[in-house]
Design a protein around this ligand. Structure first.
Ligand code: MRU
Length: 358
């Protein structure tokens, strides 16, 4: 499996996704501040991977704390949580992971645990967030494989693969799950301007897996669909609101509109950690705007003239009515999402198996 992110003692190691596929370079973050910077500058990106990185960053940051009393230790902990929360605003997995770390901290402090014991708990929680993410992606892959035709041409946008998660991927997890289930799959990867996650990262992952992959520029998807060459669209998500509205990489909305026009099923694959029931609908999802240089420049060379204004939102929102189903580790949830997504969080009894389609 691809080494997206790993812990080596008190160092967080991640493959530098800005440099792939030309170079496979590993960045070694020795402090929480270095991890925060890696998230902000997109050394690591993709909603679940960002959450894992933040948790690991907090864990190594607190490991290095010299505080002996819990009060000073707590002040440092909350500062690190704030540092991580300020990196990228859209992916809710980031805030979900920070909340999990906070809950562990609060419970340990309440029990009167020592600073060393709390450090240990934070380490374990970060490791659990990592491992659970891989397990969720695999479960998503198995559920999602059911909606993939035996012979399928699948369009995906951005990179929702092993690189965007702790491993295996969400949308690419569904593709991998379908291949493992014996289906014949060919993938069309949208280039994904301006950061080129599709052309650089999705294509890199799939080619390594031996899955037939064709890269297209974003403006080619409509022509492909019009020629009846796409059977299914699967994308990831950065935040899914309670009503099913989904924020994902800029351009996802256009793909969803095209899919609706051509009567092609459009699926979102995401773990429950991406579903934000506290956000009622897409209009409340904060959308990150990134540096103009990502649009005006390509590989260091200027494309647009000096003086041209730039709008560079990193994400857009696809309204729930365009989404055929949301594939999670607990099955596939269908409209109306206001009801079905709430059910996704209901506790499961040990004898009850998750329904594949809800
Ligand atoms: O800006 P990015 O590269 O972090 O955006 C990533 C996406 O939009 C992904 O589709 C999303 O995070 C899902 S990753 C499993």
């Amino acid at each position: 499996m691809l080494p997206t992110i790993a812990r080596e003692d008190d160092v967080v190691v991640m493959v530098d996704q800005r440099k792939l596929p030309a170079q496979e370079v590993y960045v070694r973050c020795k402090t929480a501040a270095e991890v925060a910077r890696a998230i902000k500058t997109m050394v690591i990106r993709g909603a679940p991977a960002i959450g894992v990185a933040a948790a690991m960053g907090i864990a190594i940051g607190m490991r290095k704390s010299g505080a002996t009393g819990t009060q000073k230790f707590a002040a440092e902990f909350f500062k690190l949580c704030e540092l991580m929360a300020a990196t990228r605003p859209t992916a809710v997995n980031l805030f979900w992971a920070i909340e999990r770390m906070k809950r562990v901290f609060a419970a340990a402090a309440q029990e009167g645990r020592s600073v060393d014991e709390i450090k240990e708990y934070l380490d374990r929680q970060a490791a659990a967030i990592h491992d659970e993410d891989v397990a969720s992606c695999r479960a998503m892959g198995a559920f999602g494989a059911e909606v993939v035709p035996a012979d399928a041409r699948i369009l995906t946008h951005c990179n929702a693969g092993a690189l965007a998660t702790a491993g295996y991927g969400t949308a690419l997890g569904v593709i991998r799950g379908a291949v493992e289930a014996g289906k014949r799959v060919a993938v069309y990867a949208d280039e994904t301007r301006p950061f080129l996650q599709g052309a650089r990262l999705t294509a890199w992952e799939l080619v390594r897996d031996g899955i037939p992959t064709t890269v297209i520029t974003d403006n080619m998807a409509g022509a492909l669909m019009h020629q009846d060459r796409i059977d299914l669209v699967v994308v990831g998500a950065d935040r899914i609101a309670a009503n099913g509205d989904t924020a994902n990489k800029i351009g996802t909305y256009s793909v969803a509109i095209l899919a609706r026009e051509h009567r092609i099923p459009f699926y979102v694959a995401a773990p429950l950690s991406t579903i934000d029931l506290k956000t009622p609908d897409g209009s409340h999802i904060p959308i990150e705007e990134r540096d103009a240089r990502e649009v005006t420049h390509m590989g260091g060379a200027r494309l647009a003239p000096e003086g041209a204004r730039v709008w560079n939102p990193a994400f857009d929102v696809t309204p729930a009515h365009l989404i055929a189903g949301i594939i999670t580790e607990r099955g596939i949830f269908r409209p109306p999402y206001l009801d079905s997504l709430k059910r996704a969080f209901e506790p499961q009894s040990s004898t009850q198996h998750p329904a594949p389609s809800t």
